[in-house]
Design a protein around this ligand. Structure first.
Ligand SMILES: Nc1ncnc2c1ncn2[C@@H]1O[C@H](COP(=O)(O)OP(=O)(O)OP(=O)(O)O)[C@@H](O)[C@H]1O
Length: 224
């Protein structure tokens, strides 16, 4: 099966306050429909790696491929298009615009991409909210819903442009066990029913154990 994401010999140094080799020869691939997690002690380089894989950080050596296309070395305008089209991102904090409605929040990345009419985008956004079981919240202000609901809205927003991969940086880090479980089940459903690939950095061992495989990081290297 095709690789959705492939990292080849990624190395990164932070030069200040002194030279620090933070990522050491990172190579791995994620195929379509795979759900992987990244674990490792604090400071092992997980977030730094995710920043590179999501094309937000371009200061590294090595090669990054998305859907078998080399993205390393592309112009920032191109990277921003690639990111909007191919990558959905869910963070520990939801970063919803609190004064906007749930529906408006979900529609935003599609409006930014400007490939569809506002009516089509609204239709898509409602479908995503339905998929996540929160269509009843569409007209609510984002500030008025619970933490677990906010994270589901953030997932709907990450899915609006039908990305090939969903990345998460501690997406359950701020949730209680009931809501964490809920997020895990949504991710699993996206893998099984939509063939989505997922890559999630987590400190939650129970969450990681239930993914297809764990990328274990230690001191900037993949150990297993
Ligand atoms: N901008 C920076 N300049 C210098 N060093 C940095 C910078 N950002 C991160 N680091 C260092 O790089 C290392 C890896 O950081 P990173 O945030 O990737 O770790 P992590 O595994 O995600 O940790 P955590 O689990 O705590 O989020 C740490 O030692 C950190 O102090």
């Amino acid at each position: 099966m095709d690789n959705v994401l492939e990292a080849k010999n990624i190395n990164k140094h932070f030069l200040k306050p002194k030279d620090f080799h933070v990522l050491k020869d990172i190579s791995f691939a994620i195929k379509q429909g795979e759900f992987a997690s990244i674990m490792g002690k604090s400071g092992s380089g997980k977030s730094t790696l995710l920043y590179i894989l999501s094309t937000m950080d371009t200061d590294y050596t090595g090669e990054l491929f998305l859907n078998n296309e080399l993205v390393t070395g592309r112009l920032s305008t191109e990277l921003s298009r690639i990111r909007n089209e191919h990558i959905g991102f869910v963070f520990q904090f939801h970063y919803l615009l609190s004064e906007f409605s749930v529906l408006e929040n979900v529609m935003l990345p599609a409006k930014k991409l400007a490939r569809k009419s506002v009516q089509e985008i609204e239709h898509d956004a409602i479908l995503k909210l339905k998929m996540l079981g929160i269509e009843n919240l569409a007209k609510q202000k984002a500030s008025r819903i619970s933490g677990g609901e906010k994270q589901r809205v953030a997932i709907a927003r990450a899915l609006i442009n039908n990305p090939s991969i969903l990345m998460g940086d501690e997406p359950t880090g701020n949730l209680d066990s009931y809501n964490s479980d809920n997020v895990f089940n949504i991710f699993k459903q996206l893998k099984e029913e939509e063939g989505l690939s997922l890559l999630v950095v987590t400190h939650d061992e129970d969450f990681a154990k239930r993914t297809d495989y764990i990328i274990q990081m230690e001191d900037g290297r993949i150990m297993s």
